[in-house]
Design a binder for this molecule. Structure first.
Ligand SMILES: Nc1ncnc2c1ncn2[C@@H]1O[C@@H]2COP(=O)(O)O[C@H]3[C@@H](O)[C@H](n4cnc5c(N)ncnc54)O[C@@H]3COP(=O)(O)O[C@H]2[C@H]1O
Ligand SMILES: Nc1ncnc2c1ncn2[C@@H]1O[C@@H]2COP(=O)(O)O[C@H]3[C@@H](O)[C@H](n4cnc5c(N)ncnc54)O[C@@H]3COP(=O)(O)O[C@H]2[C@H]1O
Lengths: 141, 141
């Protein structure tokens, strides 16, 4: 039955692997992160260190919060603030062996989940779109 | 069986109704839309006309594209450009009577779907989060 197919899938089967994921480095200035976000069109992307370990995520929301001062735009913050200072770190991660239902549960409150190995090296991301696509196929057979 | 419960749900059962949805008006300057997006934290929100009819959606991505000039930030565009000039209009809508599987299919490529009646009056939105939450409950019984 289809049930078996769906439950056998893992994050690795539906993930966007690391080389295809737009990301930034910890010590990049915010200006660089904003450029990556605007050219890719993504709301948020992972932040990695120089050894490719996962550190957090940075989005347009956090960058806008940094530059919208009370009176005016503080554009100079884009060159003086680093990604490390503005990123979110309290985000869940999963191993790429996680099953689809574990991914589904984690994606209720997050647009994407980062996949890391036991030494925190970055493997890729699983997105809401990928899980919704599998569920759509499951119900429409 | 649970199957029956899931398939009986409609968009109206899981939607965020219009009075709880952050939105902007067609003729607002972009500066106003940016303020709503930054204070609410949302990536994008619906655009309505003065009679509460749905017109499109406006997000941080479209606003940033308007103000990031080639050489420098063109902040003045925030006061001179209207929401109508920068919004996306080719987005799908559904009636609030749509069933859950119809919502699931539409949400594969959109973070949220606007719900409108037959005269295009805005009823609310259905989000990926709401559908993922129902599917999570369905599989975890
Ligand atoms: N260039 C594009 N082409 C086609 N569709 C696009 C698109 N950009 C965005 N979308 C659509 O809009 C949804 C929300 O994108 P958002 O950028 O807010 O949020 C994205 C983004 O923050 C991140 N993301 C997705 N793919 C990425 C990648 N290759 N590299 C880095 N981050 C990625 O994961 C979130 C969820 O992605 P998901 O695919 O579930 O959901 C995406 C997708 O359905
Ligand atoms: N203030 C908050 N409190 C708790 N969680 C929050 C939150 N803001 C964002 N999130 C979480 O982040 C996800 C992506 O939000 P985003 O703003 O990119 O994308 C949002 C936003 O553009 C829009 N949206 C959601 N609720 C809205 C509302 N009340 N008014 C206007 N737009 C809304 O629908 C998209 C999808 O929403 P969804 O709930 O599926 O998914 C949300 C939710 O899981």
């Amino acid at each position: 039955k289809e049930d078996q197919q769906l439950f056998k899938l893992t994050a690795e089967d539906i993930m966007i692997s690391s080389e295809k994921v737009a990301h930034v480095q910890l010590n990049n200035p915010l200006e660089h992160a904003l450029l990556i976000l605007v050219t890719s069109g993504y709301s948020a992307v992972p932040v990695l260190d120089s050894k490719y370990r996962f550190k957090g995520i940075i989005g347009k929301s956090s960058i806008l919060n940094e530059i919208m001062g009370l009176e005016r735009f503080e554009i100079e913050n884009l060159t003086t603030t680093t990604v490390e200072a503005a990123m979110q770190t309290d985000v869940p991660c999963l191993p790429k062996s996680a099953d689809l239902l574990t991914c589904l549960k984690a994606l209720i409150d997050h647009s994407f989940i980062c996949l890391v190995d036991d030494k925190n090296y970055f493997d890729g991301i699983v997105t809401r779109r990928a899980v919704l696509e599998q569920l759509n196929q499951f119900f429409h057979v």
